[in-house]
Design a protein around this ligand. Structure first.
Ligand SMILES: [Zn+2]
Length: 188
């Protein structure tokens, strides 16, 4: 049991103000998506005088309302930008850390066999050679790599929850399905 920082109410953290001569107020964000909609397990005790439940203890378990799953917590003093959230989600999709992520292996990659697919998937997950030329929007949504002398591309597309149209907001995991495609460069 920890009784760390006072919990900010979900959805209200962006209203926290800080005076110029003070350190900026910190708030918890989801380490997977950057959302500030983080809640934690806690105990509340009834306060008869206040006629309300008062926070007694805050536990380690935290849950992201945007991801709808258990979340790691990262304390920040500035919100992540939309681009940073998209980038963070894409990294999680590549690493296989998101249940909303779908992986598509093209026919050309499949033809190279299961061992190749396994190695290619690991290489895509580990890829971190992003720079201004191959990632101009800083979203980590595309990369080129070589596995067993085969040139591969991966790309991540953002769909709505029905997989029928573009996501209305790729930075919000609650309205986005991610599709990671691993393909031969020759199939692009
Ligand atoms: Zn999240």
């Amino acid at each position: 049991m920890t009784n760390a920082k006072a919990p900010a109410s979900a959805g209200q953290v962006d209203q926290v103000q800080s005076k110029p001569d003070q350190a900026p107020a910190e708030f918890p964000t989801c380490s997977a998506c950057g959302s500030e909609r983080i809640v934690r397990d806690a105990w509340a005790c009834w306060d008869t005088q206040a006629q309300d439940w008062q926070l007694d203890a805050v536990f380690d378990y935290s849950f992201c309302l945007a991801c709808e799953e258990e979340a790691g917590m990262e304390w920040r003093s500035t919100p992540l930008t939309k681009t940073e959230r998209i980038c963070r989600l894409n990294d999680a999709v590549r690493a296989g850390r998101r249940k909303d992520g779908t992986v598509v292996i093209t026919a050309g990659v499949q033809a190279l066999g299961q061992d190749f697919i396994t190695e290619a998937s690991k290489a895509v997950a580990a890829f971190d050679d992003f720079h201004a030329d191959n990632d101009p929007h800083a979203e980590h949504d595309f990369g080129a790599l070589t596995v067993q002398a085969e040139k591969l591309f991966f790309k991540i597309d953002y769909y709505d929850l029905n997989l029928s149209a573009h996501s209305p907001d790729a930075s919000d995991p609650s309205v986005t399905k991610h599709v990671l495609t691993i393909m031969l460069a020759s199939e692009y």
